[in-house]
Design a protein around this ligand. Structure first.
Ligand code: NAD
Length: 476
């Protein structure tokens, strides 16, 4: 990357940090004002942003974009506005007996960290940049955003809109490709939030480590959907179909593969198929159904299917209107169900991130639990069924970032629940009070009373019998 681009990024960070420092202590009204401006930006330009997203994808329903990227993010901004006073309240903490009686005081203040970098992916380009931004602002920080180069029009538009509403010392959108992204991840931010693949997450953490920049990593993985015997197949099938078809399955939390009791496999596959047919009567000529983002991703998905076929999987394409996909360059792919899958197939090794659904079967649910535990900890886990004992067995014997019971994805839309991964699916979280705390520095403040506590406690040299007595008392 040209040196002047690097210098530009360093310059922006320097300016933001100087402005941050000079403005302290900032009233909460300043934070609220930034969130309100971010909300207004989305509301006033929502339609234009949806058009940009549709153009970037080639095809993406403006209705879907309005829900997932605009309304969902506005709603989260409002949630932050509503909670900002509660979250930022100073907490009184306990002091050990008898310090309280002597006038000692302990408190915890949630203070802003400074300038926070936000690196976001292409799949929900507005939600995954402005979502973290709302909470970064709520915690009193300034922000630099670097959205994905795959959604170039949306990223350029965001840059323009942000420049019109925010001072460069408050919030800036930086655009560019992987080189700019890498340079961005090397900046000495006060915190860095990265949403993207586990592979890039590793590089980001390595770059951040050079400056000991704390990171929040929102990554991906293979989120299983486990159907119990008591599952309502029709409901489960439709919900799984939606999770795999919305945004053409390009969702970090999409159900990656399905685990079903062997004797329910036929019924489960039929239910998913019915779900697809009900919601998407056609695909190619249907604006509701999104394209795969790029030729590279499209070829990767087709490769997953061909690899599975070559290794013995049964391949079932759900093409409700019998459309001819071979004559289209719209990068649309019908939901492709893979049966008889084995763990040596690429579709069972890498995150799918598209409309391909491998189906595995079990005789006892323990097999599904063992499979999940033998692989990387997933971002999401889905259990379908009304059997509370079985549900608890699945939940208490597995580990995942989050869980939705009797549906997929939905836990991320609960604003008050922290959202994040665990292990290879990520670290740290945002949403809920946890997100506010993630972007805050919890500063401990202890106030010493007038009496000489160190002397009273026998902690002052020259040490003698008082120190011996104090140590004994402490261990009593
Ligand atoms: P990606 O990792 O390829 O790219 C994400 C961002 O990283 C982009 O802005 C890109 O410019 C930047 N980048 C690329 N190379 C970089 C480098 N060397 N250093 C620093 N930054 C770099 O991911 P993607 O393809 O855009 O998104 C898909 C992945 O994101 C999937 O794995 C998905 O599961 C994951 N994801 C996770 C969440 C979540 O919230 N946990 C949400 C959406 C997507």
């Amino acid at each position: 990357m040209a040196d002047n681009r690097h210098a530009e990024l360093v310059g922006i960070l320097g300016k933001q940090r100087a402005a941050f420092t000079a403005a302290r202590p900032e009233p909460l009204s300043a934070r609220r004002d930034r969130i309100e401006r971010a909300i207004a930006l989305l509301k006033e330009n929502g339609e234009e942003l949806c058009r940009a997203m549709a153009a970037d994808f080639g095809n993406r329903s403006p209705h879907q974009s309005m829900i997932t990227d605009i309304a969902g993010t506005v709603g989260f901004g409002r949630y932050c506005l509503k909670n900002i006073y509660k979250w930022s309240r100073t907490e009184r903490r306990k002091v050990q007996f008898p310090l309280g009686l002597l006038g000692a005081r302990a408190e915890l203040r949630y203070e802003p960290k400074g300038v926070i970098g936000i690196l976001s992916p292409w799949n929900f380009p507005v939600n995954l940049s402005f979502g973290p931004l709302m909470q970064v602002f709520a915690a009193g920080n300034r922000a630099m955003l670097k959205p994905s180069e795959f959604t170039e029009r949306t990223s350029d538009l965001l840059a323009e809109l942000v420049a019109a509403r925010f001072g460069a010392d408050e919030c800036v959108v930086v655009t560019g490709g992987p080189e700019v992204a890498h340079a961005f991840s090397e900046l000495p931010f006060d915190h860095l939030v990265f949403t993207g693949s586990t592979q890039t997450g590793r590089k980001v953490m390595e770059a951040a480590a050079k400056n000991l920049v704390p990171v929040t990593l929102e990554l991906g993985g293979k989120s299983p959907a486990i159907l119990g015997r008591s599952a309502d197949l029709e409901k489960a099938g439709e919900r799984i179909a939606l999770g795999k078809m919305m945004n053409a399955g390009q969702i970090c939390l999409a159900p990656d593969y399905l685990y079903v009791p062997a004797d329910m496999e036929e019924g489960a596959v039929a239910a998913v198929e019915l779900g697809v047919r009900n919601m998407y009567p056609s695909l190619l000529a249907n604006e509701d159904y999104a394209s795969v983002i790029s030729d590279r991703h499209f070829d990767r998905l087709k490769g997953l299917v061909e690899d599975a076929r070559a290794k013995g999987a049964e391949v079932l394409e759900i093409n409700p209107a019998d459309e001819d996909f071979s004559q289209s360059n719209a990068r649309k792919m019908p939901l492709t169900i893979l049966r008889n899958v084995t763990d040596d197939m690429d579709a069972m090794k890498e995150e799918i991130f598209g409309p391909v659904l491998p189906v595995k079967t079990y005789k006892a649910v323990e097999e599904a639990i063992a499979h999940v535990n033998a692989h990387d900890r997933p971002l999401g886990l889905y259990y379908f069924g009304d059997d509370a004992a079985e549900r608890e067995e699945v939940l208490t014997r597995t580990i995942s970032g989050g869980v939705t019971v009797n549906d997929v994805l939905f836990h991320v839309s609960m604003e008050d629940l922290p959202f994040g991964g665990v292990g290879p699916s990520g670290m740290g979280s945002y949403h809920g009070v946890e997100g506010f705390r993630e972007f805050s520095h919890a500063r401990s403040i202890y106030t010493q009373p007038r009496v000489d506590i160190a002397k009273l406690g026998g902690m002052k040299p020259p040490y003698g019998p008082a120190a011996v007595k104090a140590a004994r008392m402490m261990m009593k």
